[in-house]
Structures are given as C-alpha cells and as structure tokens.
Design a protein around this ligand. Structure first.
Ligand code: G6P
Length: 634
C-alpha cells in the first residue's frame, strides 16, 4: 500500500513533496519520510538528506520545517505498514549501506526474504524489518558493477541499474529511486501498483495517484505495467519491460481530484454523509432524465452489444464495495431475474468457480485501485479469453468513483458513480453511489428482459427520484437522534446488527462502519441466522440493531428481534414508526417506502450512529488506526 511521490525541477523539492504526500495520506499514515538531493555545493554530486518520522505526515512536516531538506529533486513516502511495525526505523526512504541510494516503495516485494539472506551473507547490514530495504542494496551493487565497466555515472546508468534490479524482484510494487551521483535524475518503476507521471512547467513529478499531481499540473502520463521512467529537469524517458523506449501522448486530468476541505464539518466523514442527497440528486439527473422510454428507462453509457445474451453475472469486490455488490446482486436477481453471485475479490482470484457461459463480471471499487479486485478481474479476463469458445469470452464492467483509476484503464466498460472525492477512510457517499449504480443496472436489465411490467419499472423509477429528498430529511433527523444515542455506547464492547433480504448487506455495512471508526466489535448477521450462534453472545450489555423494513421479511425480522429481546439485549430498531415496531427499546425511524429502495435509506442511521459513537469516544474518525482508503497490496 502506501503512497509515493517524486519530483525534479527548479523549486525546492521538500515542501512540494509534503504537499503531494498530503494528498496521498489516504493510502496510509503509519509513518512518512522524504529524501532530497542538493547539488549546489558538491562538485556535481548531490548531498542526500533523509528525514523520516513515525505517525502522520504532520510530524514529518514539522521535522522538515525545523531541520530542512535542501535540493531540487526528491522522493517522498507515506506508509501503511506491511513488513515491520509502524516505527521510524521502518519508515521510507530506505538507503544502501553507503547512504548513496535512497528508495521509496509502495507494494510488497514477495521474494525479499531470500534476497535479504543473500545480501546479509555478503555482509550487508539491514537496519529495518521492511521488504523494501533490499532494493537500495541491490541497486547500489548494480551501480557498482556498471561503474566497474568504466562508465560515467548518469541518469541512464541509474535507469539501467533499476531495470536490472526490477528483473529480480517478485511481487507488485511501485518505486522511486535517487542516487547521489546523479543529482538531477530520478528513476521510477511500476509493476502492478499504480504510478502516474505529471508534466509540470519546468518540473516533472511522479506519484501513486493523481491528487498528488493535481496541485502542480493537469498534464499526466499514467505509467503502464512493467514500465520504468527516467525523470530529469529536461523531461522524461519511458521504457517498457523489454527496455524499449516508449512514446505516448500525455492526457489531461479531468475533474477536481484535489482533496476538498471540511467546510464547517468536524470531520470529512460527517461532511461526506451530508453530501449524500447531492450524490443521489446528481445520479438522478444523469441517469433518470425526463423523457426516456419505459423500455430503456435509465441513461447508461453502454453500447447495445454490452447487454446482449448475458445469462449470469458475477461481482468481485472488497470491504464496503462488496456490501454494495450484495445489494446489487439482490436487485439483479430478484428484480431483473439474472442469476448473480458476489465474491470477495481476494478469494476469487485464487479459487474462482468453474467458468459459466455468457457471464458478465463486474468489479466494484470506489478507488479503482484495490489490488485484489484488479488482480481478480485480470485473472478472470485471461482465463476466459484463453478458453477459446466465444460463449465464455470475457465481458467486464467496472463500477468506480475514479474514472482516472487503474480499474478504468483495465476494464472496457465503466460506470462512474460521480460521487466526488471522498476523504474519510470509511466509505459513505461512495457506498450510496455504488448502490445507485446497481439500481440503474437492475432497472435496465429488468426492462430489456421484460422481467418486470412497465408499472413496476415506473414505480421504482418514481421512488428513486424521491430518494434525494428522503435522504435530506433523514440526515437532519438522524444526526440529532444518533448523537443523543451515542453516549449510551460509551462502555459497549460488542454490537450485533441484524437484517434480512435486501437489507442484510446494510446490516453488514453497519457493523463494518462501527468497527472501522469506533473500534467496537460488531457483527452483521442475517436475522434468521442469529439463533445459530450469535444469540449466545446476547445479554444486557450487547445492543442489537435490527433493520426491519416492511416487505417480504418484515414479520420475520420482527420475530428475530423478539428473540433477542427475550435474552435481555438492548433492542434498537431501524424501522418505520407503528404498532409493530413498538417492541424496540429505541427506534431510529425511517419512512415507509418500498422494500426495493429501503437500503438507500437504512444506510443513513448506520453511518450516523457509527460516526457519533466514534466522535463521542474522541477517535480519529477520518484516519482510523491501521486502515487506509485504498488498499493497493494483496
Ligand atoms: C479499504 C477501505 C474500505 C473499502 C475497501 C475497498 O478497506 O478502508 O472503506 O471499502 O478498502 O475499497 P475499494 O476502493 O475497492 O472500494
């Protein structure tokens, strides 16, 4: 995981690196570090300054302010710990024994153990527990060999050394390297981890993601897998994995990919929860414009051929995106009549089901960068296309909030949820956006396949158009209700969330949100399954939050809630007001809507309750411990 940034130009690099890293902190914030090269007073050589600090970027920023890190070229890193604790000694950049080569890396070097053993047997001393530290040692050795051939140090030599070393590295990674002998050159390389070059005025940059570049330039060149690039003040040189020079035109960064500000909200998460009516409004405006025929009720960006002959759907996702996928699967099966399965991308990639014909594979990832989701989609595409029979050929769709992401480059059809940048690590408005994308798909498939009559299609359309208003009212109301309820969770250690049918994934999402930001153990369960295990946990101190929306399983969920009440659990209902819901000790009321759209409303109390419980506990809501917004390692 982690975020990396590199810059060469005419301005002092350190403050620019810090600015870039600030935009990448969503990728990890266990430690941060940077290294710069100053060539002003060392006869053509650079003086390498390396600053590292554990914890968030602010600590590094203070360190650099007080101690300085001069030079017009540098590399920076914000870390999400994989190998080695989040301590300063494991913070990047890592250096070789002489301290002449410095490296930052995002990813995992899978063969680092054997490489480290070899290097140690040659007498190299390691000072960290990271997988990354092998890289500067290997590059330094390679540079020594190249210099031994009588060649003069230059950027091309550094590039060659990096190419030779990447040939022995296994795993998925992106890295940036500097060398004191070439104070005006830096080299970057990527293999299955994102890296984008930015072409500024008199400066060239490279970063794990575009928000780190947006403050400098809008002209970008995403690197392709296996590429290595040499960046100097004069320009960039790009090489493919065979070492051949590549020429590609840069593209322009669209939209505002820089991190927004919090406005008057205490946390980004709260702001993003409050932005959801707007997310829904934009979705309605884009996808449900007036005047569409009932046979094609949703404006979608796909060709006719995209829909033809699909017999089944499989959806691959992780975390919150998987919960959206589960609601999506319910809609695609129950509303549109298409057999649909949902998989953890991390499981699918190593244990895919036997191939089924005429299958659409959907990858859902708000960031568009989740390593498991990208790898699972890639694996599926390869095995399908290798099959030979056209019936099994790959057809893929990506649902993402980042139209400039690796997913968008990898998958031919993209549904951009257009929720705007989400900063809070716990996904909120992107979850809503993903759900809405599935409503659009389900409606489209249902009407094309005539699985629903026009009145049913029309009813769902009408309800969807009313969602932004429902959300607006609900957020206002539940913000207060949840805040008032939150203090009761001060000592709570376990919470059970129950839901059924279309709202079972919302119970899972409620539990995930609570775990992520409040560190309270929570489990989401299908309400009917509670008696097969979780019921053993119930007692007075364990709140049970039950989503009970009128529909096919309403009475069943209420009976399951009664079973919890009989075990003295505190019962909180997410349900409409009425005589049936008087069984709840506390009610987080929702309006009566059709069961189809109920998840879109039930998610609001889930998000706000988690938020206020975490806020009441004084926790770091936008950057919860151990988590990151974009998980670019396996
Ligand atoms: C991380 C985030 C979650 C997110 C998951 C999948 O774990 O903390 O909020 O749901 O990754 O991310 P994706 O970008 O693929 O939706």
């Amino acid at each position: 995981m982690c975020g990396i940034v590199a810059i060469v130009g005419s301005r002092q690099a350190a403050p620019l690196l810090i600015d870039g890293l600030r935009q990448l902190e969503y990728r990890g914030y266990d430690s941060a570090g940077l290294a710069t090269l100053d060539s002003s007073s060392n006869c053509g050589k650079g003086v390498l300054t390396c600053k590292r600090a554990s914890g968030k970027l602010v600590h590094l920023s203070k360190l650099v302010d007080s101690e300085g890190a001069p030079g017009h070229l540098g590399i920076g890193h914000t870390r999400w710990a994989t190998h080695g604790k989040p301590e300063k000694r494991n913070a990047h950049p890592h250096r070789d024994v002489s301290g002449h080569v410095a490296v930052v890396q995002n990813g995992i070097i899978e063969n680092h153990r054997s490489l480290r053993k070899d290097l140690e047997s040659q007498g190299k001393k390691f000072v960290s527990d990271t997988d990354t530290e092998v890289i500067p040692h290997l590059i330094a050795d390679e540079l020594k060999l190249l210099q031994g051939e009588g060649r003069q140090p230059c950027g091309a030599m550094l590039k060659e050394a990096v190419q030779n070393v990447t040939a022995v590295l296994k795993g998925a990674y992106a890295l940036a390297v500097i060398w004191v002998e070439t104070p005006d050159a830096l080299v970057v390389a990527r293999k299955q981890a994102p890296l984008v070059i930015g072409l500024g005025e008199g400066e060239f940059l490279c970063a794990s993601d575009t928000p780190a570049l947006a403050g400098f330039t809008r002209t970008i060149l995403p690197m392709e897998d296996g590429e290595v690039a040499l960046l100097t003040p004069l320009g960039i040189e790009l090489y493919n994995s065979q070492g051949e020079r590549q020429k590609r035109s840069p593209s322009l960064l669209t939209g505002n990919s820089q991190v927004a500000d919090k406005r008057h909200f205490r946390h980004f998460m709260l702001k993003e929860i409050h932005e959801q009516p707007e997310t829904a409004e934009l979705w309605v405006a884009r996808h449900l414009p007036a005047g569409l025929p009932i046979e094609s009720p949703v404006a979608m960006p796909f060709e006719e051929s995209f829909y033809e002959g699909i017999e089944s759907i499989q959806i691959l996702a992780c975390g919150t995106s998987r919960h959206a996928a589960m609601v999506g699967a319910y809609l695609l099966e129950q509303f549109a009549g298409i057999p649909t399965s949902v998989f953890y991308a991390s499981e699918f990639r190593y244990a895919p089901p036997p191939l089924s014909p005429h299958t659409l594979t959907i990858g859902v990832t708000q960031s568009g960068e989740t390593a498991d989701t990208l790898a699972a989609l890639d694996m599926e595409e390869k095995r399908r296309n290798a099959h030979g029979d056209l019936a099994f050929a790959s057809r893929q769709l990506g649902i993402t909030n980042r139209s400039d992401s690796s997913l968008a480059r990898q998958v031919p059809n993209i549904l951009d949820i257009g929720a705007g940048i989400e900063v809070g690590v716990a996904a909120t408005k992107t979850f809503l956006g993903q759900l809405l994308a599935f409503y659009g798909l389900a409606l489209t498939f249902a009407s094309r396949r005539q699985n629903r009559c026009p009145t049913e299609i029309q009813d769902l359309l009408t309800e969807l158009k009313a969602v932004p208003n429902h959300l607006r009212k609900l957020i206002q109301k539940h913000d207060q209700l949840s805040e008032a309820l939150a203090s009761r969770f001060a000592e709570t250690q376990d919470v059970i969330f129950l839901g059924r049918g279309i709202n079972y994934p919302i119970a899972l999402e409620g539990a995930l949100k609570l775990k992520e930001i409040s560190y309270i153990h929570a489990e989401g369960y299908p309400a009917g399954e509670m008696k097969h295990g979780p019921i053993a946990l119930l007692e007075r101190r364990v709140p049970v939050i039950s989503i009970a929306m009128p529909g096919v399983v309403f009475d069943k969920v209420l009976s399951n809630a009664q079973e919890a009440k009989a075990r003295e659990a505190q019962l909180i209902g997410v349900a409409p007001e009425g005589p049936e819901t008087e069984i709840f000790d506390e009610l987080l009321p929702l309006p009566v809507v059709s069961e189809w759209i109920s998840p879109l409303l039930a998610l609001i109390p889930m998000q706000l309750l988690s938020y206020h419980i975490a806020a009441h506990r004084g926790l770091d809501i936008d950057q919860p411990r151990n988590l990151a917004k974009s998980v670019t390692v396996e």
